[in-house]
Design a binder for this molecule. Structure first.
Ligand code: FES
Ligand code: MG
Length: 577
């Protein structure tokens, strides 16, 4: 699969690492003697591309558990192609374990990735990620540094299994937790589900943020063709890792950089892929941030425009029925993109030196039940961007995962200032609530809380027992891509900076009309002005990373990047003295 589609443009003396190893001065002596200290001689590295492997493995990242072995496959490929691999561990960001939310640390990983590359003698990089925030974090850093970069996705885990029933990550946790609350399953059932829902290394195998963002990375051009669909335990996966290792060495010689791959057309292809996958709403934050790192001024409106053209084709939970393992057997992402070929820009360059069109040529769908066609979609619209006096800068919704009756709805707000207040209230079976209420959570946005995945607010226990399984919910939080329900998310500006959400009170009427793309608070403007005048912001955290985060984080519609990381101006190379 390795190609020499692009001519070699670099000589060994032009490698960035030459400045560390190839010159004759006291410092270079130090670098070479220290490489010898690790057991390597000039035959290992001299005149060869030095390839960083940014590995987001850790003992507490379940989704990347196989990366400790896979990094050996990547190194094998790099050696085979005449490169010199250096594994550099990077922030692991395990989605379930990192609190309050991995989103707080996506930008820290992006900064770490960029600075690891800048400060070391690196010519090119293999990015090993997959669990939710690792993909955007690594890509954002690599795009800003702009050295040749290839992305190796962790791949989805195997299907879950409970008594012969298929279980999906996240989605079935929420589903069976609700059934447990409603008294429909036993605690023994619940414990058995715990043992069967995560059966191998690899990412969530529903269409969560991980499966969405690895597909998006591939559609943008950053992974080898088909790589993002390979299940983590499949033997194709280590072979893809070795191939990625071989390919990055050639990319260095060809000087094929992220700036050659990123373009408005590549970003559009990625958004179309996201929509056809029925992808996570989180992608709308990450893709904006990734695009803006490349100097492409993407806004949410582009998602809405393309969503009107691109229906959901992947029949994968939570929008559909199947899981990523089935998606792989049905032909995977190449087959999905082939179904979209009439609406994609096929000329975009990808990491293998070929175009997206060349990479998907001849791909076939082996199971049309899992990968639908444009004429026979799973759902019409994956995504809607709503505006109105409650969300002047936008809010997002996934209509395909909501009970259709909430797509046009009007109901009284039940508003909470914090997650704890909400959690206490919904557990109270005497709560004054009807299925028509709109649950509202404030202070869960980027500045307030790092924007945790609290947006699929749990339903009141009283209503669960009555058989209610969906309600309209509204917040400045995000929600997991494995979640479902009528949830309006990412309300911008957020409550903590005085966005209109801050002024919602219990009993106010909220009106939503997804077809008209509207979300409004039906309270007179003079009353809102009174509430606004009485509002006080909370103080910033006193010190540390949280302080820097709250002071510099941008709002959801802007991609939640730090204001000081914007721009494409290259930073100076480090001085080597
Ligand atoms: Fe890692 Fe879902 S928890 S991908
Ligand atoms: Mg997730």
């Amino acid at each position: 699969m390795t190609t020499n589609a692009r001519p070699r443009r670099k000589t060994p003396e032009q490698l960035r690492s030459h400045r560390w190893f190839g010159v004759h001065d006291l410092r270079a002596f130090g670098h070479r003697s220290r490489i010898r200290q690790m057991g390597y001689g000039p035959e290992d590295y001299a005149g060869k591309p030095v390839i960083a492997i940014l590995n987001t493995w850790s003992d507490i990242n379940q989704c990347h558990a196989h990366f400790k072995e896979r990094v050996q496959d990547v190194k094998r490929g790099i050696f085979q192609a005449g490169g010199f691999p250096l594994e550099l561990p990077a922030l692991s960001l395990s989605e379930p374990f990192v609190k309050p939310t991995t989103m707080l640390y996506r930008n820290l990983l992006a900064m770490e990735a960029e600075e690891l590359l800048r400060s070391h003698p690196i010519d090119g990089v293999v990015l090993m990620g997959g669990c939710d925030k690792t993909t955007p974090g690594l890509l954002m850093g690599a795009i800003s540094m702009n050295l040749p970069a290839i992305f190796v996705p962790a791949g989805p885990m195997l299907r879950g299994n409970w008594r012969g029933q298929v279980l999906g990550s996240g989605s079935d946790s929420w589903k069976y937790w609700a059934e447990l609350q409603a008294g429909n399953i036993t605690i023994q059932d619940w414990n058995d589900i715990e043992s069967g829902i995560a059966r191998s290394a690899g990412m969530c195998m529903t269409m969560g943020t991980a499966a969405t963002m690895t597909a998006v990375a591939e559609a943008m051009g950053f992974s080898l063709p088909g790589a993002s669909s390979i299940p983590a335990p499949d033997s194709s996966h280590p072979r893809m890792c070795a191939e990625s290792g071989r390919r990055i060495v050639e990319m260095v010689w060809e000087d094929l950089k992220p700036s050659d791959i990123m373009s408005p057309a590549a970003v559009d292809n990625a958004i179309r892929c996201h929509l056809a996958m029925g992808g996570s709403t989180n992608a709308m934050i990450h893709v904006v941030a990734i695009a803006r790192r490349a100097g492409i001024p993407l806004t949410l409106d582009r998602f809405d425009e393309l969503a009107r053209q691109i229906p959901v084709l992947a029949n994968v939970r939570p929008s559909g029925r199947y899981l990523m393992e089935d998606f792989y057997y049905a032909g995977g992402i190449r087959a999905l993109l082939a179904r979209l070929q009439d609406v994609l820009d096929l000329d975009c360059l990808t990491v293998n030196g070929r175009t997206l069109g060349e990479n998907i040529a001849g791909a076939e769908v082996w199971n049309p039940e899992v990968i639908h066609g444009l004429g026979d979609p799973v759902a019409k619209e994956a995504t809607a961007i709503l505006y109105g006096n409650l969300a002047p800068n936008g809010a997002v919704m996934k209509p395909s995962a909501a009970d259709p009756r909430f797509l046009k709805h009007r109901g009284p707000a039940l508003a909470f200032e914090s997650y704890d207040a909400m959690a206490a209230a919904i557990a109270d079976e005497s709560l004054d609530v009807t299925p028509d209420h709109v649950l509202v959570l404030k202070n869960a946005g980027p500045v307030a809380a790092g924007m945790p995945e609290w947006g699929m607010l749990p339903l009141p226990k009283k209503l669960l027992k009555q058989g209610v399984r969906d309600m309209l919910r509204l917040s400045d939080a995000r929600m997991s891509g494995t979640s479902y329900g009528a949830c309006i998310l990412h309300v911008s500006p957020e409550a903590a900076i005085g966005g209109p959400l801050a002024f919602v009170r219990t009993g106010d009427v909220i009106a939503v009309d997804v077809a008209a793309r509207q979300v409004n608070l039906l309270v007179p403007e003079d009353e809102l002005a009174r509430r606004r005048a009485a509002w006080q912001p909370k103080p910033l955290p006193p010190r540390g990373y949280g302080r820097m985060y709250a002071a510099h984080i941008q709002q959801a519609h802007e991609g939640c990047d730090f204001d000081f990381l914007l721009g494409t101006q290259p930073l100076p190379e480090p001085e080597i003295h």
